[in-house]
Design a protein around this ligand. Structure first.
Ligand code: ZN
Length: 311
């Protein structure tokens, strides 16, 4: 395949006709995407955080498969996976009904508030006391600068094809199954399953060696979703963030989510304050995982959920 370099991602061939667009640190792609040759049509999974990265992705998909993408899948409503949608003119955008509703009601507000907050965060990124780990800063900088540079007039395009539980796109070369098992990381998380290739595009349900973000989710339901996914025949996972991974990524994410709840319960038994809980060091197992800035917020979210459940 002729590769023209994008500063937002690199293309990795997973099997003939199936590719991952792996976000580069420092680019304005941020999330990983998938490119699947269905035969006479092409599918793209997730569109990255900026229209610019989305445009590069649309071109990469056409170069890889010979077709402009007809189908674009949105894994969930978060901006880092869908703000490239507007660069896929003429494609159908497909996701669950809940994802569409959330994009319509929440995405513009998320964009406006992220854009404001990220402008401020960028100023303090390298200052002493910055909450961002030094090794995460190039990725964070690319992300925040990408959002800040996106014009406020850009279009947020919601899905125009929706489903409740699942939808199968039957291509002439291969089929792609789209499923949602409900909400774990977000109110509805969609993943793509390629049964013949035993490959999953997992969105944020399965990050790899990156702290999963539970701020908008429910870790216990998320664990149940991962248990269902792990019953599929899978050899390869393209995570929403991190490099393409073996199926063990599912168990690793599950382990992290269970560990969060264990830490919160232990802290409650010891009557730790919220502040002390947030200062819990990252367990050694997860110390080399990226985006450690999320750990404290994850603990706070789990504490709120556990309290609501028992209160
Ligand atoms: Zn997300």
């Amino acid at each position: 395949m002729a590769t023209e370099r994008s500063r937002h991602f690199r293309i990795e061939r997973l099997s003939p006709g199936v590719y991952a667009a792996v976000a580069r640190d420092g680019g304005a792609g941020v999330c990983n995407a998938g490119i699947v040759d269905l035969g006479s049509e092409t599918l793209v999974f997730d569109t990255m955080v900026t229209p610019g990265a989305g445009a590069d992705l649309a071109r990469a998909a056409e170069r890889a498969t010979g077709h402009r993408p007809s189908w674009v899948v949105n894994s969930h409503w978060h901006g880092d996976h869908i703000w490239g949608n507007s660069s896929f003119v003429g494609s159908h955008i497909v996701s669950s009904r809940t994802v569409r509703a959330n994009i319509r009601s929440l995405s513009r507000r998320q964009f406006e508030s992220d854009r404001r907050a990220m402008r401020v965060e960028l100023r303090g990124l390298d200052r002493p006391g910055s909450p961002y780990a030094v090794r995460d800063r190039p990725a964070i900088r690319g992300w925040f600068e990408g959002v800040v540079a996106t014009p406020r007039s850009f279009r947020i395009v919601p899905p125009d094809v929706t489903f409740d539980d699942g939808l199968v796109l039957e291509g002439t070369r291969r089929s792609v199954e789209l499923w949602t098992y409900g909400g774990g990381h977000s109110p509805s998380d969609v993943f793509a399953y390629l049964p013949e290739e035993r490959t999953v595009f997992g969105g944020d349900l399965v990050p790899y060696r990156i702290h999963p973000s539970v701020g908008d989710g429910w870790p216990s339901r998320w664990v149940g979703i991962l248990d269902r996914i792990s019953r599929l025949r899978i050899e390869q996972i393209v995570p929403g963030h991190g490099v393409p991974a073996p199926r063990a990524a599912i168990a690793e994410t599950r382990g992290y989510l269970v560990e969060l709840e264990r830490i919160v319960r232990r802290a409650a038994a010891a009557r730790l304050s919220d502040r002390d809980l947030r200062e819990t060091p990252v367990p050694s197992k997860y110390r080399d995982w990226g985006f450690s800035v999320m750990f404290a917020d994850n603990l706070s979210r789990v504490r709120r959920l556990v309290r609501a459940r028992s209160g």
